[in-house]
Design a protein around this ligand. Structure first.
Ligand code: SAM
Length: 360
C-alpha cells in the first residue's frame, strides 16, 4: 500500500487530516489514489445519509449585483449583461410551479440586489410559508446586516448559502475588490449563531490558488461545521477580468468534494451545476465521490440565460419540468434514489432532537 493509501485510510477512519497531510495528498495524488478516495467518500456518505440524493428547486430571481467579484459573470462592472429582477409575485409563481413538481426546498438565489429590502423579503417568506408550511426555504442573497438576517430567519428562512469562496485572505481580497474577508466570515458565523442551516464552500482552480489554500479551505470548513458545503470549479467568463485565465479541473474539484465528505461527514454536499458544465457526467461523478444533493433550476426559462455566472452554463434552454425529470434519471443512472423531502442536515436533525429531549 502506498503512503497516500495510509493517509486516505486515516481520513476515512478518523475524519481528520492535518494541514500538511492534506497538502501532501493534493500534491501527490495519482489516478489510483483518487479512485480509493472516491470510494471512501462514497462509503462515508452511504453510512451517514444512505442512498438518497436530495433535490432542491433553485430560483435565480435577480442577476443585479452591487459587488464586483473578478470571476463572476454578473459582476456590477459587466455592462454586457441584460439585467433582470423577478417580482415577488413571479417568485411565488415559481414556488407554486416547483411545489407542483414535488420540491419541498426552494433555494432563492440572486446577486446582491438591494431592491429586495428586508420588508420585501419578510413579506415574501411569510407568503411562501403560509402557502407551503412544510417547505424549507434557503436564501443565497449575499451580505446583509445581521439584524436583517435575524428578521429573515424569524420570517421563515430556514437555511442560508454563502460560500466563503476561498480561505486565503490575500486571494479573497484580490478577487473581491468591493468586499472584506473578515466580513464574509463574520456573516457566516452570525448566520450559524442565529439558527440557520448554513452552507459555506469554495471554488477550485482560482488563479493563484495553492494546495495550501485548498487545505486551508477544508480546515476552515471543519472549524465552522456548516450544514452544507458547495464546491465547484472556477470557470472563466470572457466578460470578466479573469476571462483569459485557466479554469479549475473536474479531477481537482472531485478530490475536494471527496475530502470534504471525509472530513465533515455530516454535511450535505451538492453536485454543482458548474461540475455538470465542465463534464457531461460531472454531477454523476460527484455523487459517486460523496455528494448527496442536486439543485435543479426552476428559474423561468425566459431569464435563465441571463444568470450567466460563467459561460456555457448547462440547462439554460430547459423548462423546470425538464430539469426535474432529467435530474431524477441522472440520479437513478448511478444507482441512487431521488428524495424530494426537506432533506435537513444530520447536524440540524441531531440538534433538534437534543433540544426536544431537553424540553421534555
Ligand atoms: N450573491 C450571492 C453570494 O455572494 O453568496 C449568491 C450568488 S453568487 C453568484 C453564487 C456563487 O457562484 C458564488 O458563491 C461563486 O462561488 C459562484 N460563481 C460565480 N462566478 C463563478 C465562476 N466564474 N465560476 C464558478 N463559480 C462561480
Amino acid at each position: 500500500m502506498s503512503n497516500l493509501h495510509n493517509l486516505l485510510e486515516k481520513a476515512y477512519q478518523t475524519n481528520n487530516l492535518a494541514r500538511e497531510e492534506i497538502i501532501d495528498l493534493l500534491e501527490n495524488i495519482t489516478h489510483t489514489d483518487r479512485e480509493v478516495l472516491y470510494n471512501y467518500a462514497l462509503k462515508t456518505k452511504q453510512d451517514k445519509y444512505g442512498n438518497k440524493v436530495y433535490l432542491r428547486g433553485l430560483i435565480e430571481f435577480s442577476n443585479i449585483c452591487r459587488q464586483d467579484c473578478l470571476y463572476c459573470g454578473i459582476r456590477a462592472s459587466n455592462a454586457k449583461v441584460e439585467r433582470y429582477r423577478l417580482t415577488p409575485e413571479k417568485i411565488l409563481a415559481c414556488c407554486d410551479e416547483g411545489y407542483k413538481l414535488g420540491y419541498r426546498t426552494f433555494v432563492l438565489q440572486s446577486g446582491e440586489d438591494l431592491w429586495y429590502t428586508e420588508e420585501i423579503f419578510v413579506a415574501l417568506l411569510g407568503e411562501i410559508k403560509s402557502r407551503y408550511p412544510e417547505v424549507a426555504i434557503t436564501l443565497s442573497i449575499g451580505e446583509r446586516r445581521v439584524e436583517t438576517y435575524q428578521s429573515l430567519f424569524a420570517a421563515g428562512a430556514d437555511r442560508f448559502l454563502m460560500r466563503h469562496e476561498t480561505a486565503s485572505k490575500e486571494l479573497y481580497e484580490t478577487l473581491h475588490p468591493t468586499m472584506l474577508f473578515d466580513n464574509r466570515r463574520a456573516c457566516l458565523t452570525a448566520l450559524k449563531g442565529l439558527g440557520y442551516q448554513v452552507g459555506a464552500g469554495f471554488m477550485v482552480g482560482l488563479p493563484g490558488q495553492t494546495f495550501a489554500d485548498l487545505a486551508e479551505d477544508l480546515q476552515y470548513l471543519k472549524e465552522l461545521r456548516p450544514d452544507m458545503i458547495g464546491i465547484g470549479p472556477f470557470i472563466p467568463h470572457s466578460e470578466t477580468p479573469l476571462g483569459a485565465e485557466k479554469g479549475g479541473t473536474i479531477e481537482d474539484t472531485l478530490v475536494m468534494v471527496a475530502l470534504a465528505r471525509l472530513l465533515i461527514p455530516d454535511s450535505l454536499i451538492p453536485a454543482t451545476t458548474a461540475l455538470g458544465t465542465l463534464h457531461p457526467q460531472g454531477r454523476e461523478m460527484a455523487l459517486k465521490a460523496g455528494a448527496n444533493v442536486l439543485m435543479p433550476i426552476i428559474t423561468p426559462t425566459f431569464v435563465r440565460k441571463q444568470y450567466e455566472l460563467y459561460q456555457n452554463k448547462i440547462c439554460v434552454e430547459d423548462r423546470p419540468e425538464d430539469c426535474r425529470y432529467c435530474i431524477e434519471r441522472r440520479i437513478q443512472s448511478v444507482g441512487f434514489e431521488a428524495d424530494m423531502g426537506r432533506g435537513d442536515s444530520l447536524q440540524f436533525i441531531s440538534q433538534r432532537t437534543t433540544e426536544s429531549f431537553g424540553a421534555s
